[in-house]
Design a protein around this ligand. Sequence first.
Ligand SMILES: Cc1cc2nc3c(=O)[nH]c(=O)nc-3n(C[C@H](O)[C@H](O)[C@H](O)COP(=O)(O)OP(=O)(O)OC[C@H]3O[C@@H](n4cnc5c(N)ncnc54)[C@H](O)[C@@H]3O)c2cc1C
Length: 262
Amino acid sequence: QVKLPKDKQPFSLFMTLKNGLDEMVETLVEKATNITFRAGTKVMDLSRAEEGWRLTLNDGSFINADAVISATPAKISAHLIEQTSPKVASLLNRIRYVSTATVSIAYKKEGFPHSLDGFGFVVPKKEGKRILACTWTSSKFPERVPEKHVMLRCFVGGAMREELAELDEGAIATMVREELLGLMGIDCEPVFLKVFKYKKSNVQYQVGHASLIKSIREELQSFPGFFVTGSAYTGIGIPDCIRDGMNAAKEAIEFLANKTNT
Ligand SMILES: Cc1cc2nc3c(=O)[nH]c(=O)nc-3n(C[C@H](O)[C@H](O)[C@H](O)COP(=O)(O)OP(=O)(O)OC[C@H]3O[C@@H](n4cnc5c(N)ncnc54)[C@H](O)[C@@H]3O)c2cc1C
């Protein structure tokens, strides 16, 4: 096997940020010094103003904007645009969201009954198991786990077994431990276990999604200055969201440039 020089080696299959995904948001906020962020503030209402748009925030204040890019989940964007266009709202509301949960679970390495010589597994539906997949976090991202420990992350729910992700945290934890016993023979006590629930937070594209998005974009032509972006539209992964966000920003800049020129 030929060993490639370091700068010619292909990217790793798995990439993340060393200090966790928070780092991306924190860096963005730090670098974007000419942007005002209103963290913890919700947009409650959006209406057309004489020149552009008027947003009502949950602290009772207003923002008048020439253009709005709504990067909220589709159902929130639907709620915001409903007054202006019930048709766009009803199209946005057709984008389905499902509930999922993850369980992060750590054990002492000593005496752990599995070699974890891989990155994890996904479970085909026909197996009838109550977990969708399991990532072996300590094999995939070793720097995330203290040396003498191993860590797994199991995924529950999704389009096929949504109800499992909506169980209470204790029931999800017990269920995952039962499945790990059956699938991997893990019978030891975890030193750490945390359930994270994502209620109706994962977008689930349906057959016909591309034409639905096309219709939304066409309808939005009648409401210049209002743009939507995020995982609901052209891809779910973080790189997809970044690409879609950049496209929305470009469209908004073009719109503003044309507005200034007319
Ligand atoms: C468990 C899990 C694991 C994943 N793993 C990966 C992975 O390994 N790789 C990958 O690429 N992707 C992964 N994804 C997918 C990816 O993280 C998401 O698809 C993506 O983060 C969604 O981004 P978004 O901007 O569309 O939505 P969100 O991140 O949900 O952003 C929507 C924002 O809108 C805000 N908001 C809501 N209502 C209002 C309002 N009224 N006013 C103002 N703001 C509002 C919310 O606070 C939120 O900040 C994973 C997702 C999950 C749940």
